[in-house]
Design a protein. Sequence first.
Length: 308
Amino acid sequence: MRIFVTGASGWIGSAVVPELLVAGHEVAGLARSDASARQLAGAGAAVVRGDVDDPQGLAEAADGSDGVIHLAFQHEVAFGGDFASAAAADRRAVEAMGAALAGSDRPFVLASGMLGLTADRVATEDDGLVPSPIVRATPAGLRSATALLTLSLRGVGVRASVVRFPPTVHGEGDHGFMATLVGIARQRGMAGWVGEGTNRWPAVHRSDAARLTRLALEVAPAGSVLHAVGDEGVPFRAIAEVVGRHLGIPAKSVSVADAVDHFAPLGHFVSLDSPATATVTRQLLGWEPSGPGLLDDLDAGHYFRGES
């Protein structure tokens, strides 16, 4: 199949592209910069110039494909304080590409998140489909609304599925959430957790995330919600202790009152307890994570090289 991939040069996308190519698919990747275009061409993919703020261009690329994987999201806008604008652009992109695929039974895979799905238990693939009034107004709620829109495309003849990724999609070369935490620890001279540090974070290795994305494209039934989860819940204190040991700095608690300031720009997220399971996903697609878990990946040392 010829697959159109947005976010193709990003952290997850740059693993998904070779995963698709090795499986025999052709890939056309969205590139908004010359550097992204060169990266995609070097990987063996065709290049589609544009960005997620161009619904017409996205629709044309989707219409010329046998399926779409939508990984792009304006993270720089979202973490710059305007999550609503980033979520609105994402919704417009899904609307445009979904309309282009309507009536064709072609696959459409949306990347989404899993933070905040539940407040007091391990989240499953069935959670988050009917957000509460409180959650609807949060960043998690805005992304959930777009995920629900994607799932509704099965009603117009699109084999749509949603893959929820944890914030910790880890691996060598990561410059995202986990690398940011290591950078904060270096800057502060301590590796911290909030309160008792028992809050849990799901995680998945990048290679496993890429394989699940390909499987979703190839075989996921219309309306599937899938969880890219290797570790169901790693206690935040355990993460901080590994970071502290590798950096040779203390690992200790940060008060709830000081968390936002200490962990900026991640202060609003680090105290969340957000474990999640992938039991349904594994049964449905036969997906079994094989990459290292988060703590083993941290212990491999690559997150701590290159800076003193």
